[in-house]
Design a protein around this ligand. Structure first.
Ligand code: GRF
Length: 227
């Protein structure tokens, strides 16, 4: 199968990037990561990319006068690298129509909450403060509003009222590492079509749906083998 040339956008640790790299190297994820782009030079994800000989780029938003100027430069860099689709994996910037139009329908994001609850940064802490019993994460298409685009896949995990936010965040992160590579593979296979808010998942060539997890968790649509 041909590989979809993608960029991964990060701002921090890059554990979701690592999950993508691992699945790629296992031969399960059919993408070619042409570029890892970070808006922070200190992002540990850059080291992860370098270890796997993946090209990196640091663009500090602080060096640009407007969000649009920053986005134009990102577009230029990514297009030059032959990127066709973009995975936002812990990228802490709001993008503008400049970026959206350049990769129309081909940008996805992972968010550590069950959207539309707790959009924005700090979703896990808000969930803990709210006393939710179930939390989780969402992969969605990116639109012009923050954490608002059509939902591709969600995973739910138990939350314990009053627990440390770090513990909940780690529990959520474990399933982020499952659903982001899966959603990215669906994108690579061209199986995702969005009509308004609704995302349809096209049929797999082979029957491969299967639900696997180490603790109670609900993932819908179900993960397919290898994820
Ligand atoms: C993840 O929880 C992601 O959902 C959020 O930021 C965190 C990034 O983690 N947007 P990492 O950089 O992938 O380790």
């Amino acid at each position: 199968m041909s590989k979809l040339p993608i960029a991964v956008l990060i701002s921090g640790s890059g554990s979701n990037l690592q999950a993508l790299i691992d699945k790629m190297e296992e031969g399960i994820l059919d993408v070619d990561i042409r570029m890892v782009l970070s808006n922070r030079s200190s992002a540990y994800g850059l080291e992860r990319a370098k270890k796997h000989a993946i090209p990196t780029c640091v663009l500090s938003h602080k060096d640009f006068e407007s969000r649009e100027d920053f986005d134009s430069e990102m577009v230029r860099v990514l297009k030059e690298a032959g990127v066709q689709a973009v995975v936002m994996a812990g990228f802490m910037r709001i993008i503008t129509s400049v970026f959206l139009n350049a990769f129309s329908g081909q940008i996805i994001n992972i968010h550590p909450a069950l959207l539309p609850s707790f959009a924005g940064a700090g979703g896990q802490a808000e969930a803990v403060e709210h006393g939710v019993q179930i939390s989780g994460c969402t992969v969605h298409f990116v639109n012009e509003k923050m954490d608002n685009g059509a939902i591709i896949i969600q995973a739910a995990v138990p939350a314990i009222p009053g627990e440390d936010v770090k513990i909940l965040s780690d529990r959520i992160l474990q399933v982020e590492h499952r659903i982001l590579p899966q959603a990215t593979q669906w994108l690579a296979e061209g199986r995702l079509s969005a009509e308004g808010r609704f995302v349809k998942l096209g049929a797999a060539n082979v029957a491969k749906a299967e639900l696997t997890a180490d603790f109670p968790c609900l993932i819908n649509p179900p993960l397919e083998s290898g994820f």
